[in-house]
Structure formats: structure tokens, C-alpha cells
Write a protein of this length. Structure first.
Length: 363
């Protein structure tokens, strides 16, 4: 590998506040998933927590464009794919294994006994290789029955492939026009789904996920390419409060309006503000940690959700018990995510990165 290639592949500095907001969004999703098992959307205080995925998509578009736009033409396509696989896929594998184990050894369910071994192996392999396979009725036909959140990673992979193949070549004008077209898609999906953008995770609403990533990823790219970065003194706490506000908006008959507004305008605005906000030194380490743990938390938490759902169905705990279980469960899931990050994700990615560099040097 030449010195020029080495400099091209060198990681850029992160936007710490955006890292911190990613962690807030991941935590919101965990709490949302707990709450949606127990309460109808109208009674769920964080009923719009699922929109955190759209925030992730927008953030991803911005970060990918920031990280690669000015060096993509000097990179090999294979190098880009290797970098993205090293970043994303170790936790796809870990989440799949964790999901399989909790399915097989769930103390509150015997659903595993209704599946033939061959079918379980096929479901597991599809999960490992990110091949949508919505065949589990007891898991609401999730695209990935053992690793439900991987549906968004599937679309993330699609967006990354399209980015390296042609999206990075688009002029700002064409990128803007494509983003407008994708915005129409968001409105269409919201209208077709009765005013909700919650789809994308199952076989029935598969293409909703395409609409969701198409707009938000392109919007994130457009923010970077157009330099729509807004300087402000809101800081991490102020922006966290603004982000949480989107998730806490009540679920009501105005969803057909509020959800598209949040996705089309509010989240891109928060990304633009987050990229330009000033971070106080005392929050820097918190933001860095929040960003690092967000992906492990997202990819490991749902294995517990089906166990919790089966427990809830069996024992019907009261409100006091639920508060204790959900609070304790969230803390424990943060602990699991931390251990996964420290003892699996970081070491595996470090090993794979070192190995990739050695192979590149030897060529």
C-alpha cells in the first residue's frame, strides 16, 4: 500500500455531539421496544421511539459522505466494502447468535420446539448473511427472526452499496432532486400505512424500509454536500432534549402529518445543528462513549425483547413490577452492550483492520 493510499484510508475525526445523539437514539429504541410490548401506541409515552431509526439513517448519510466523499475516487471499491463490513458485520453475527440462543433457551416459551432443525439453521444462516427471510409467524414475520433490528442494517448495506456505485458521483443538483423524489416516497408510505412510518421490519411492509432509508440517507448526504451545517450553542444537552422531543410526541390521529414532518425536516435539522454545535469539554467523554455503545446496544437488545414479551404474556406483571423490570432491564442491556463492545466488537474490528492492512501491504 502506498503512502497516498494509507492517507486516503485514514479515518477522519468524528463529530462528538452526533456520536452522543446516536447513543440517545439507541437508548430510546430500547425503551420503546419494552414499552410497545406492554402498551398500545396511544398509551406509550415514547410511542414514536421507532423514528430513531430514521434519525440513524440521516446520520449515516451525513457521516458516510463526510468520511468518504473527498477520497472515494482514490479508493478501490473492495476497500470501501471491507471497511464497512469490518465496521458493521461483527455485531450482525453476534446479534444473530444471541438471538438464536435466547430463542432456543427462552424459559417462558416453547416455540422453538415447533420448528424443524433444518429450518432453524436456514433462518440462522440468512440472519448471518443478511438475507431477509420472514418466515416466523410467532415473531410477526420479522425479516430476521433471530435478530430483528438487522432489518435496518440490511437497508444500511443497500445504501452503502449504492453510495459507492453511483450516489457519490451525483452532482448536488441531482442529489437534491433525488432527495425530493424520496420525500414523495415517504409521504406515499405514510399515507398508505394509515399515517405511520413504522414499517420496514417485516415481510408485509418490507418496501417501507426502502422508502425510509432512501430519503433519510440522501438527506444526510445532502446536508454534508451542501455544507448545511448550522453553528449554535445548543450543546449536547440541548440537542438531546430536542431529539427526545421527537420520540415523545403522542401517538394520535395527526401522525400522518407529524411523522413525515419529523423525518423530512426535523431530523435533518438536528443533524445540521449537531454537526455545528459547540461541545463543552465536560460532555466530550460522555458523547464518545455514547457513540461507541450505541451500535452494540442496538444490535444486542432485541434478543431479550422476545423473552420479555413471553414473560409478560405468561405472568401479566402489574405496573409497579413493570417499572422495575423495564428500568432494570434497560440498565442490564447497557451492561451487556458494554461487555459486547469491550470484549468482542472492538477486539474483532481491531484484528480485522490489522489483518486487512497486512494483506494490503503484502500486495
Amino acid at each position: 500500500m502506498t503512502k497516498q493510499e494509507t492517507s486516503v484510508l485514514k479515518p477522519k475525526q468524528h463529530f462528538e455531539i452526533l456520536d452522543g445523539l446516536r447513543g440517545i437514539a439507541a437508548l430510546a429504541i430500547v425503551i420503546f421496544h419494552f414499552m410497545e410490548i406492554v402498551y398500545e401506541p396511544g398509551k406509550n409515552f415514547i410511542a414514536h421511539g421507532f423514528l430513531a431509526v430514521d434519525f440513524f439513517f440521516c446520520l449515516s448519510g451525513f457521516v458516510i459522505a463526510y468520511a468518504y466523499h473527498d477520497r472515494i475516487d482514490k479508493m478501490k471499491i473492495t476497500d470501501f466494502f471491507k471497511l464497512r463490513l469490518i465496521r458493521l458485520h461483527p455485531l450482525v453475527i453476534f446479534g444473530s447468535v444471541l438471538g438464536l440462543l435466547t430463542f432456543l433457551f427462552d424459559p417462558f416459551s416453547s416455540h422453538s420446539e415447533t420448528y424443524e432443525t433444518g429450518k432453524l439453521i436456514l433462518i440462522f444462516l440468512c440472519s448471518l448473511f443478511m438475507i431477509p427471510f420472514p418466515v416466523m409467524p410467532d415473531r410477526y414475520f420479522n425479516l430476521f427472526g433471530f435478530n430483528a433490528p438487522a432489518w435496518s442494517l440490511f437497508w444500511e448495506y443497500v445504501a452503502n452499496i449504492l453510495y459507492i456505485l453511483f450516489l457519490h458521483k451525483l452532482s448536488r443538483r441531482n442529489l437534491f432532486l433525488l432527495t425530493l423524489l424520496a420525500a414523495v416516497g415517504i409521504c406515499f408510505v405514510s399515507n398508505r400505512a394509515g399515517g405511520s412510518l413504522m414499517g420496514g421490519w417485516s415481510g408485509e411492509n418490507f418496501w417501507d424500509g426502502c422508502a425510509r432509508i432512501s430519503y433519510s440517507f440522501l438527506a444526510g448526504m445532502l446536508i454534508y454536500r451542501s455544507n448545511w451545517i448550522i453553528k449554535s450553542n445548543l450543546g449536547f444537552i440541548g440537542l438531546s432534549a430536542l431529539l427526545l422531543l421527537a420520540f415523545l410526541i403522542p401517538f394520535n390521529n395527526w401522525n400522518w402529518l407529524t411523522e413525515p414532518i419529523i423525518v423530512l425536516f426535523y431530523f435533518p435539522l438536528l443533524v445540521a445543528l449537531g454537526a455545528g454545535a459547540t461541545l463543552k469539554q465536560e460532555f466530550k467523554q460522555l458523547c464518545i462513549f455514547s457513540g461507541k455503545i450505541s451500535y452494540p446496544l442496538y444490535m444486542t437488545h432485541y434478543a431479550v425483547m422476545f423473552v420479555f414479551a413471553n414473560y409478560y404474556t405468561t405472568y401479566k406483571p402489574d405496573t409497579t413490577q413493570l417499572v422495575f423490570i423495564i428500568t432494570t432491564g434497560t440498565i442490564l442491556l447497557l451492561g451487556v452492550a458494554y461487555l459486547t463492545m469491550v470484549f468482542y466488537d472492538i477486539p474483532i474490528r481491531k484484528y480485522l483492520t490489522t489483518r486487512r492492512k497486512k494483506v494490503s501491504h503484502s500486495k
